[in-house]
Design a protein. Structure first.
Lengths: 276, 184
């Protein structure tokens, strides 16, 4: 089909711009003339216009199911912010340092008081005997107490009680300062256990989400995640085994916390990954 | 068309957007309820699969939750969300292109689409929705973005990594294919 000014082929070439309204004036006039004379091309334009208008007014589609549950499961994963998890090291270090410093002052004061008192009494100082033979390294005892930390349940009155004994022989004072060592170790273990429980809950929740989403994820991504999880799990197992032998070790506790952190972080990332 | 999209969604999202950005999941659920169908429509139409559209919709809202704190309010929330949805769909297709294996659902959907495209011409006249889902991927995406979602060719070109001319050509192809399909 042709007319004197424009063939249908020429019209077809100009059609996209005609529909976009971007034809320049001379061409627009030719197209208009062609459309007024060519039934085939006029019908084509009518149909395409109709499609365009129908598309613009298409109603929204509705999902076949409520998708919120799946979304919520994925965004609910990071329940416990990484920075907010219990960290025995940071939480107890300042308290320990305070008590350790107080203990050191008390021990020093006790020794000084005893020595001074005995000097004033004019007797031959028996410093070597007063320094407790039963506790061969009093200075390091204080330090040990600090490393393990006092029990978080130690009340100020208990601390004050130690202070009230400032005048007692250093051996007694040192012994009383050494006594929190065992409860402190237990406290560390208990705190570690609480921390591990929190991690366990979060890991279990994230693990379930990742397992449920396994088929939606890129297979190579899943393989990498699983490989890294195996490495982290091995590190966790090693830390746990070492901690079983030395429950009071801060280093091992930190190692375990670090490995658990890594696992949570990796699982959380996997839980939030978009579907492949 | 962009104006049509804006009219379709409530303008009073700002409170819920702020709350959700601060971590309020109930506020985020309200946003989801308000925008779910619109986002789902984009995902399902662009992917050509309702099943895939549901998966992608979930991805979009998870991504939205992650990115919400970065939303500056420079555009309407709905505009920002729809753009994010388009990007999620486009990025998902890139990933799928690299994958060797695909999900059963998408395979079934693709098989069905192939069957339909090979089917004889005596099929009942199909509606526009079905015809769109059977378009070739590139033409379908451009058609959905331009004629349904109201994006300009320049925007589509930027999102899809093609030229503006390429977008125009795909759109024209899509319209002609749709006309052919609807005439059957």
């Amino acid at each position: 089909m042709t007319n004197s000014n424009m063939t249908c082929e020429e019209f077809d070439a100009a059609l996209p711009d005609h529909l976009e309204g971007t034809l320049d004036e001379p061409l627009r006039a030719s197209v208009a003339k062609h459309l007024s004379e060519c039934v085939r091309c006029a019908s084509l334009v009518r149909d395409l216009d109709k499609i365009r208008k129908e598309a613009a007014s298409m109603p929204d589609l509705v999902p076949s199911r409520d998708l919120w549950q799946g979304i919520e499961a994925r965004i609910a994963a990071p329940v416990i912010p990484l920075t907010a998890r219990p960290e025995p090291k940071r939480r107890f270090a300042p308290a320990w340092m305070g008590v350790a410093a107080a203990a050191l002052i008390l021990v020093t004061a006790g020794i000084t008081y005893t020595l001074t008192a005995r000097s004033f009494q004019g007797g031959t100082p028996t410093v070597a005997q007063v320094t407790p033979a039963s506790n061969p390294a009093p200075a390091s005892s204080g330090s040990d107490t600090g490393v393990t930390g006092p029990s978080p349940t130690t009340s100020p009155s208990e601390t004050g009680g130690t202070g009230a004994r400032a005048g007692t022989p250093p051996s007694t004072a040192v012994a009383s300062e050494s006594s929190p060592r065992r409860p402190a170790s237990i406290a560390r273990v208990v705190n570690q256990q609480v921390s591990e429980d929190v991690y366990s809950r979060e890991i279990a929740m994230l693990q379930k989400i990742v397992t449920d989403r396994r088929t939606q994820l890129d297979s190579s991504t899943v393989a990498i995640i699983e490989r890294n999880l195996r490495i982290i799990d091995a590190a966790i197992a090693q830390s746990r085994a070492a901690l079983a032998n030395d429950p009071a070790s801060r280093l091992l506790s930190d190692q375990l916390t670090h490995a658990l952190d890594k696992k949570v972080e990796l699982l959380r990332t996997a839980a939030l990954l978009p579907s492949a | 068309m962009a104006a049509v999209s804006a009219v379709r969604v409530p303008m009073a999202d700002s409170n819920d957007v702020a709350l959700a950005a601060a971590g309020d999941r109930q506020a985020f659920e309200r946003l989801y309820r308000t925008h779910a169908n619109r986002v789902y429509s984009i995902c399902a139409r662009m992917s050509g699969s309702r099943v895939r559209g549901e998966e992608l919709t979930q991805d979009v809202f998870v991504r939205t939750w992650e990115k919400l704190p970065q939303f500056r309010g420079e555009s309407a929330f709905s505009t920002w969300l729809h753009r994010l949805a388009v990007n999620v769909v486009l990025n998902a297709r890139k990933t799928e292109g690299k994958q060797d294996s695909r999900t059963e659902d998408s395979d079934v959907e693709d098989d069905r689409r192939d069957e339909m495209s090979r089917a004889p011409l005596h099929i009942e006249r199909m509606d526009l929705k079905d015809a769109i889902s059977k378009l070739p991927e590139g033409a379908r995406r451009v058609f959905v973005l331009h004629d349904i979602e109201g994006y300009k060719h320049e925007e589509i070109a930027e999102m899809m990594g093609i030229t503006s001319g390429g977008s125009k050509a795909q759109l024209h192809r899509a319209r002609l294919l749709l006309r052919e399909a609807l005439e059957r």
